[in-house]
Ligand binder design. Structure first.
Ligand SMILES: *Cc1c(COP(=O)(O)O)cnc(C)c1O
Length: 397
């Protein structure tokens, strides 16, 4: 099998699993218990918190809150700042049109509660500029939330610059860094980030565990009430094995980042060059300013789902923009946001490589995709109409 869907989830690393085992076999006490056996678990937790703080260059490990994943961290960050902003009469929130649903649906909920949500339009190359943010900030802006890197098309936003303009204007800034953590260097201090979300399973850690970074002084509200865990901000006995595994995976990813990036860029370059040769295809997002493992294309005249199923038959795991909304016929909001027409957005393919992929995988993908696209076009009435001139081609040859 060729696994090329690392933006959806990643295989756990050996080191992460090895770090977790003692937390289940020997150090399985409750970190809140006062006896020494419980305190051993508390020490493992403190060590994990320090590791994560180091990877983000947080000023203090006390700024790291463990959550059940990226979605929870996004919800808590946005709802906290919104609630606090409302108390000061600030009910305007700025975000982008191509955020993850964990952000977009939280913002929609706030809109129903009377907040004014402004989603910045995304440029054709999948970019948001600091100038757009500056132009949108008002006196009553409570929060800017913009993703670090997009999960579908891989665009990397100018987060440091956006952070700087927010800090200058006294507006709190949250970034969903789920796709960036472990893959791009992050520095919450240098980049003026007030709140940041990440998720263990996107960098070879376990699923169901994540982090909310909140700079000291940023007010947090609880999504879950109960015990005093996580300094009273996230009740519930900590998932010590998962937290320890996540911290080990993140440290490993950060240590290997330079070498992995080199390898990924070489594979990504070959895939993009190879797939661009398919007629009436288009790369989504910028060719350079994208996650090292992300390749996203639209192929005119095909359905992404059919492409995925036929690639699956050949042992290739990939994703389509529309897969996230499986069960619905709507194309990806990300591809629509960068201006792809509905018909083109339906024919999308996302390959997200990991360091475990090989050049041989790339060869196999480059052999399979053009064949499958050609086959799907050959059985498409829509494609026939295009060839006969009855319908226009939307992407250039
Ligand atoms: C995967 C993902 C999430 C959700 O993280 P979970 O840990 O699965 O809840 C949020 N944002 C982005 C950009 C993601 O890719």
């Amino acid at each position: 099998m060729i696994y090329a869907d690392n933006a959806a989830t990643t295989q756990m690393s050996q080191k992460a699993m090895e770090a977790m085992l003692p937390c289940m076999q020997t150090v399985w006490g409750n970190p809140s218990s006062l006896y020494a056996f419980g305190q051993k678990a508390a020490e493992a937790l403190a060590d994990a918190r320090e590791k994560v703080a180091t990877c983000l260059n947080a000023a203090d490990p006390g700024e790291i809150y463990f959550t059940s994943g990226g979605s929870e961290a996004d919800n808590q960050a946005i709802l906290s700042v919104a609630q606090n902003g409302a108390k000061q009469g600030k009910k305007h929130i700025i975000s982008t049109a191509f955020e993850h649903h964990a952000v977009l649906h939280t913002l929609q909920k706030l809109a129903r509660e009377g907040f004014e949500i402004e989603l910045l339009p995304v440029h054709e190359k999948g970019m948001i500029t600091p100038e757009q943010v500056v132009a949108a900030i008002r006196k009553d802006t409570a929060l800017v939330t913009a993703m670090y890197a997009n999960n579908e098309i891989g665009s990397i936003l100018p987060i440091g610059e956006i952070g700087a303009v927010c800090r200058e204007r006294g507006v709190l800034f949250h970034t969903d860094a789920v796709q960036a953590a472990g893959h791009l260097p992050l520095d919450v201090q240098r980049e003026n980030i007030d709140l940041l979300s990440l998720s263990g399973h996107k960098f070879h850690g376990p699923k169901g565990v994540g982090v909310l970074y909140a700079k000291k002084g940023v007010p947090l509200m609880n999504l879950i009430e109960g015990g005093a865990q996580e300094r009273g901000k996230r009740a519930g006995t900590e998932n010590v094995p998962a937290i320890v595994g996540m911290a080990a995976a993140l440290s490993e990813a950060v240590a290997n980042m330079a070498a992995d990036t080199q390898k990924l860029l070489a594979m990504r370059g070959r895939l993009i060059a190879g797939l661009a040769k398919i007629p009436h295809s288009a790369l989504n997002g910028d060719s350079d300013r994208r996650l090292p493992g992300n390749v996203s294309f639209c192929f005119e005249g095909i359905e992404g789902e059919s492409l995925l199923l036929l690639l699956d038959d050949r042992g290739i795991c990939a994703s389509s923009g529309s897969a996230c909304t499986s069960g619905s016929l709507d194309p990806s909001h990300v591809l629509l946001a960068i201006g792809r027409p509905h018909e083109v957005a339906h024919g999308s393919l996302r390959l997200s490589l990991g360091a475990d992929n090989t050049e041989e995988d790339v060869d196999k993908i480059l052999a399979a995709v053009p064949e499958v696209v050609t086959y799907l076009r050959s059985i498409s009435p829509l494609w026939k109409d295009k060839l006969n001139g009855k319908r226009p081609f939307l992407l250039p040859e």
